[in-house]
Design a protein around this ligand. Structure first.
Ligand SMILES: NCc1[nH]cc(CCC(=O)O)c1CC(=O)O
Length: 323
């Protein structure tokens, strides 16, 4: 099985995890990891919107290789997979057991959490490229300055520590950052979890749809690969994937939309919370519903429709990038 992946430290760690799990359940299968450097990684300056958002920037080239048969499978962070359109011919063959879904604060060396608290965020620069994180951090620390910050997980922390400026698409630059907000799971995968100064609970900062879940995509007609991938599929993660992504689908979420969604399964029930914010964090619509865990799409649909009833559509359209 040839599995395609980005070549960042985090992506390779995720793909190696897939290979390890396949080796346990299908020892006869030879796995080859094929590294790609998609445009979103080659260009470290532009806003991702220029490359068709996260979808175009990170997953487009690898998907094309699966579709033409050059790869049997593609590794994706589920969080980075576009949720408002299908890719005909491809299916998610496996979702791995979910890693911690939450976001965390990483401080520049020499800066303490007390400094941040004392200033109530004043004069502090927090780097992130995610509209959702920017919106939540502005709710938590209203006076904080949020700056555009790009790069693979380990690169981002290195830029923070070195006090590097972030180049901007318009030729200017911002920085240096005093802190970053990043996914705990990503930091763990690149061996930087010890740098976490504070974890945000899902209540403080609702995770992105699919955060912490590694997905493996394959061709719909490739039954051999589908059978192998089904052996490493975690049913609970797959149910959460289906519920959370249904919300994105109903909301027609684009790559610049501040949408969050997180589900928890307990016994036979699933609780799904999703929210839509504006970038300034001033407007905030949140919905929670509970339903049978084995009907995740129904639950996701109900949550998505209730968000629309409460006015989410206008917030999402206001942030939609021009075509
Ligand atoms: N867009 C980058 C990305 N894609 C997935 C993760 C890690 C978390 C995950 O697996 O969901 C990250 C890094 C981050 O958000 O800090």
């Amino acid at each position: 099985m040839r599995i395609g992946t980005r070549k960042s430290t985090m992506a390779l760690a995720q793909t190696e995890e897939i290979a390890r799990r396949l080796a346990v359940v299908a020892p006869e299968l030879a796995v080859e990891i094929v590294k790609f450097e998609p445009v979103g990684d080659r260009d470290q300056t532009s806003n991702l919107l220029k490359h068709g958002g996260k979808g175009g920037a990170f997953v487009g080239e690898i998907r094309a290789a699966v579709l033409k048969g050059a790869l049997h499978a593609a590794m994706h962070s589920l969080k980075d997979m576009p949720g408002n359109e299908d890719t005909p011919g491809l299916v998610i063959g496996a979702t791995l057991v979910r890693d911690p879904p939450t976001d965390a604060l990483v401080l520049r060396e020499g800066v303490s959490l007390d400094d941040l608290k004392r200033t109530h965020g004043k004069g502090f620069k927090i780097g992130t490229n995610a509209v959702r994180r920017a919106a939540y951090i502005r709710r938590l620390f209203p006076e904080i300055e949020v700056i555009h910050f790009r790069g693979a997980a380990d690169t981002r922390v290195r830029k923070l520590d070195n006090g590097e400026m972030q180049r901007l698409p318009d030729g200017g630059e911002v920085g240096p950052a005093d802190a970053l907000i990043m996914a705990r799971s990503g930091l763990e995968r690149v061996g930087l979890a010890s740098r976490i100064a504070r974890d945000f609970t899902p209540q403080e900062m609702l995770p992105a749809v699919g955060q912490g879940i590694v997905a493996v995509e394959c061709a719909a007609h490739d039954w051999a690969s589908r059978r192998h991938l089904s052996l490493i599929d975690d049913p609970a993660a797959h149910l959460s994937c289906d519920a959370e992504r249904e919300v994105l689908w109903v909301l027609n979420g684009h790559c610049n939309s501040p949408i969050a969604g997180y589900s928890v399964i307990s016994g036979g029930e699933m609780s799904l919370t999703a929210s839509v914010l504006d970038e300034a964090g001033g407007q905030f619509i949140e919905v929670t519903r509970i339903g049978p865990a084995d009907r995740p799409r129904e639950l996701g649909r109900a949550v998505g429709l209730e968000l629309l009833d409460k006015g989410a559509g206008a917030l999402i359209e206001a942030n939609r990038p021009a075509e």
